[in-house]
Design a protein around this ligand. Structure first.
Ligand SMILES: Nc1ncnc2c1ncn2[C@@H]1O[C@H](COP(=O)(O)OP(=O)(O)OP(=O)(O)O)[C@@H](O)[C@H]1O
Ligand SMILES: [Mg+2]
Length: 387
């Protein structure tokens, strides 16, 4: 019987490689095979590590572990050197845009135009004072970054077919899985090891995308350095401690003291801080770890807040309604509660396989449950080629 072609999404992260094979079947879109494997045997690279060789070996291990048969790969890049801009141009056809892009892009890109690969996507048309303007998503990636990315894929004996951007792949997965309503404004945050992608979506389109060089590794490094423990001890401590969430401040109606905490709230807050060990100077390993983890997350929280403020004040005027987390660091115990409290948005952990059928022969549901947070990008990539 005719079988539809398998689609292969490959997410080469900074600490793990995720390989995903999907296919359209009579039961809908199926997650046929997947694997997530660490790149470095000891969890991180050191000055001796040949990073290229380690990444190629990890791709090969992921392909072997998942028993992936497809050779053509849809993959993606991310990080602060991938420039994403939302720009307005005079109205033109798609073909005119293709021709004008290099010239038009120059003023938006902090690199020499000859050094980058450019791509664009028309988001829509705005009518302003009788003239029509084109809203364009512009993506620029330095050629050397794309070159070394392609080299990894070819080095593992695979054929690169499409190179996307992590955050757009994730949106693709989110859109097909969660089907957000058109008026909802959602911020998707993928917290990986070294990179956090922040993306704001509304009405089926991306309106803001930013990658910052912070992630789970930042927390582990802080624990290693401040507590003088090894990388693997720090990882274990992070996994077991998670982030301690203070009990929410009770909502007490005060007479007119709008914006100011009443003495009652202040004293309760003090008690809460004591209970959570925040102000006690408690020096047990756990409370020190807890303070360090919260401190590292604070930097991330501040960056997310900045992005939300920029979007709400300068891009759209519309408030973001909720936050969806994924990436390995979304597994940090209590992180969703912590973000709900610190950022003030309802926060949930994304399940990228929720609307997929699972191949019962190849997929072990326990293994999947232990790593599904990291599969969003790979699934979104494979979805690009699911016919
Ligand atoms: N249970 C857990 N609790 C806390 N953190 C976790 C847990 N499991 C994994 N992590 C963290 O998740 C991170 C890896 O996530 P992920 O696999 O999404 O990163 P990556 O895609 O390789 O990296 P990046 O996208 O940053 O290039 C690591 O920092 C790891 O410590
Ligand atoms: Mg990642």
């Amino acid at each position: 019987m005719f079988k539809r072609k398998a689609a292969f999404g490959l997410d080469i992260g900074s600490c793990s490689v995720k390989a995903v094979q999907m296919r359209r079947t009579s039961r809908g879109i199926e997650l046929e095979k997947f694997a997530s494997v660490p790149i470095y045997p000891n969890g991180k690279s050191d000055s001796e590590t040949d990073v290229r060789a380690a990444k190629i070996a990890a791709i090969e291990r992921a392909v072997a572990a998942a028993k992936i048969t497809a050779k053509n790969v849809v993959s993606s890049v991310s990080g602060e050197s991938i420039i994403v801009r939302y720009i307005q141009l005079p109205h033109m056809t798609e073909e005119e845009l293709r021709n004008a892009l290099r010239y038009e892009a120059e003023e938006y890109i902090p690199f020499h135009i000859e050094e980058v690969n450019l791509d664009s996507h028309i988001l829509g048309v705005t009518e302003e004072g009788g003239s029509r303007r084109l809203n364009v998503l512009l993506v620029a990636a330095k050629k050397d970054i794309i070159g070394s990315h392609l080299d990894l894929i070819r080095g593992a004996g695979l054929i690169p077919e499409i190179v996307d951007v992590d955050s757009f792949a994730l949106f693709n997965c989110y859109e097909q899985s969660a089907r957000p309503s058109p008026d909802e404004v959602v911020v998707l945050v993928d917290i990986g090891s070294q990179i956090t992608n922040i993306n704001i979506y509304h009405g089926g389109l991306s309106h803001f995308a930013r990658d910052i060089n912070l992630g789970g590794r930042t927390i582990t490094t802080a624990l290693e350095q401040k507590l003088g423990i090894s990388f693997s001890e720090a990882e274990q401590l992070k996994f077991s401690e998670g982030v301690h969430v203070a009990a929410p401040a009770p909502s007490v109606d005060t007479d007119g003291g709008e914006g100011e905490d009443s003495p009652l709230i202040e004293s309760l807050q003090g008690a809460v801080n004591e209970m959570t060990g925040e102000d006690l100077g408690d020096d047990s390993l756990e409370s020190q770890a807890s303070r360090i983890i919260r401190g590292s997350l604070n930097t991330l929280v501040a960056e997310i807040r900045r992005s939300l403020q920029f979007f709400e004040n300068q891009v759209s005027g519309q408030p973001v309604s909720r936050m969806v987390l994924c990436g390995g660091t979304a597994r940090l115990p209590n992180i969703a509660n912590h973000f709900t409290q610190e950022i003030g948005l309802p926060t949930e952990i994304f399940n990228p396989v929720a609307s997929l059928s699972l191949n019962s022969k190849n997929i072990d549901e326990n293994t999947l449950a232990n790593c599904r947070e990291v599969l969003g990008v790979g699934i979104g990539l494979a979805l690009r080629k699911v016919a």
